[in-house]
Design a protein around this ligand. Structure first.
Ligand code: SAH
Ligand code: SF4
Ligand code: F3S
Length: 473
């Protein structure tokens, strides 16, 4: 018998693999924080792991298949390292529960989307009782104490913060309400506390998360809206930048739109999934807005904040989508000209209403539509990136560029990636960068000067002083 994890020399190596959306990214971060006091340190190489934590996604069939084949491939590793523990969490775990444990006998535990906070107890159970287990609470268990501020020191400059979970919308294609449960908002004080801890650990930008952040506040004793929460964070914390995702168009209020002009720390970017430009398709999707309702919101947003960046999600090949319906989606894209777009071919999800709809679109036609739409959008994104050349943008320096060309990288308020030459000690500072080049997924630029945020009251970034900085040759 191999030595139990608890008796093995510390640190123990934790390998986390996250599939799916930022909700899962956030849950994975929590697991890292919760397991740190038990002696777990994250590792990048799966071969070194004592514990593998998989956070899974089931939003489309392809995503689920990817997860299942990844789990299958871990059998070999487990055979070579019998002390290795493997835990599958997230949306596939929630959806399949015990079936997942039965299908893969090398899995040690399956943890549902509301069980992430109990990860330490799940591990203890595996260790002490030596049994494989399923942890699928119906309700979120009381939030475990994630310890003091030191727990938040991951070294990141940007961090996700979940403000609400779950969804009550039940769009007919979507599995999320089934795997994430009904909407629950977190109390304001918890959110502010978490952001203060993150700020103390060096975080400069937060991404507020929820399946539908616009519903934030319902069910809370705090009597607060999402716009109110943004203002509280801007006024009561020293965080430099706030972003959020995702907003349902039907619930986008004037008050929230007003924040893009009235709250300086709120980045000028809104992800507003439209899904389709055809009213008939939108009705069958149960989105509860029409294409003209959506356009009216876009126009209002642009009148409030003319240079706001807009991104969206689109599904093509939804059951019953005709060629004419698809043209209406293309018309809408042409009218809005999104800065960027995430587009998907419709995928049947078990248990959703649309899975039972007749008139499924031939997958080949779906693919053709996707290719046409993506080609069009790639052109628009490129044109929008080219239009940035010559402009000076404020960029939060986040670290070394992924292109590994020795440059640094950061994002503009509009969420465009910019690469530029800069010393690494400028990480976490907001830079003024002149855009000098544009590619399909990023920009390049030259630093103009750096913004000294230590020279002004923490809560008022409007007072920041711009210092000149010699341009690298
Ligand atoms: N809460 C977010 C979306 C979460 S899922 C919102 O309401 O906007 C992310 C995206 O996946 C969706 O916006 C949709 O475009 C896509 N998606 C969801 N279910 C899908 C399915 N069954 N087939 C294809 N795409 C899907
Ligand atoms: Fe899914 Fe619709 Fe809820 Fe978004 S709003 S998570 S698409 S059901
Ligand atoms: Fe996927 Fe679950 Fe997010 S299904 S998209 S990981 S909420």
């Amino acid at each position: 018998m191999s030595m139990p994890l608890g008796d093995r020399p510390k640190p123990l190596h934790l390998y986390i693999r996250t599939f799916g959306c930022q909700m899962n990214e956030y849950d994975s971060l929590r697991v890292r924080r919760l397991l740190a006091p038990l002696g777990y340190e994250p590792v990048a190489d799966i071969e070194e792991a004592d514990l593998i934590f998989l956070n899974t996604c089931s939003v489309r069939e392809k995503a689920e298949q990817k997860v299942l084949s990844f789990i299958g491939a871990l059998r070999r590793l487990k055979e070579r390292k019998p002390h290795l523990k493997i835990v599958a969490a997230g949306c596939v775990a929630q959806q399949l529960g015990e079936k997942l444990l039965n299908r893969f006998d090398h899995l040690d535990a399956v943890v549902g989307t509301r069980g992430v906070g109990s990860i330490a107890q799940v591990l203890e159970k595996i260790e002490l009782e030596g049994v494989r287990s399923v942890c699928m609470p119906e309700e979120n268990p009381p939030e475990p104490d994630e310890g003091g501020r030191e727990m938040f020191g991951s070294g990141d400059l940007t961090a996700p913060v979940t403000v609400m979970q779950g969804c009550n919308n039940f769009c007919t294609y979507c599995i999320v309400p089934y795997v994430r449960g009904p909407e629950r908002s977190r109390p304001v004080a918890d959110i502010l506390h978490e952001i203060e801890c993150l700020e103390a650990s060096g975080v400069r930008e937060v991404l507020l998360l929820g399946q539908n952040v616009n519903s934030y506040g319902s069910g809370l004793s705090d009597r607060i809206t999402f716009a109110g929460l943004i203002r509280r964070i801007a006024e009561n914390t020293g965080i430099l930048r706030i972003r959020f995702t995702t907003s349902h168009p039907k619930d986008l209020t004037d008050d929230l739109m007003g924040c893009f002009a009235g709250v300086d720390k709120l980045c000028k970017h809104l992800h507003l999934p439209v899904q389709s430009g055809s009213d008939a398709v939108l009705a069958r999707m149960r989105r509860r807005y029409t294409a003209s309702d959506y356009m009216a919101k876009v126009e209002r947003l642009r009148s409030i904040c003319p240079d706001i960046a807009l991104t969206s999600d689109v599904i093509v090949g939804f059951p019953g989508e005709t060629g004419e319906d698809f043209r209406k989606t293309m018309d809408l894209l042409e009218r809005v000209r999104f800065d960027n777009l995430f587009s998907f071919r419709y995928s049947d999800r078990p248990g959703t209403q649309a899975a039972g709809f007749a008139d499924k679109v031939d997958p080949k036609i779906g693919l053709q539509r996707l290719i046409e739409l993506q080609a069009y959008q790639a052109e628009v994104t490129q044109q929008k990136n080219l239009a940035e050349i010559g402009l000076v943008r404020e960029v939060l320096v986040e670290g070394a560029s992924k292109a590994s060309n020795g440059q640094m990288s950061g994002r503009t308020t509009h969420n465009r990636i910019v690469n530029f030459d800069a010393p690494s000690d400028l990480c976490g500072k907001i830079q003024r960068v002149e855009i000098t080049g544009a590619y399909s997924h990023s920009l390049k630029g030259d630093i103009m000067g750096w913004v000294d945020d230590s020279a002004c009251p923490e809560t008022n970034i409007l007072n920041r002083k711009v210092l000149t900085f010699p341009k690298p040759c």
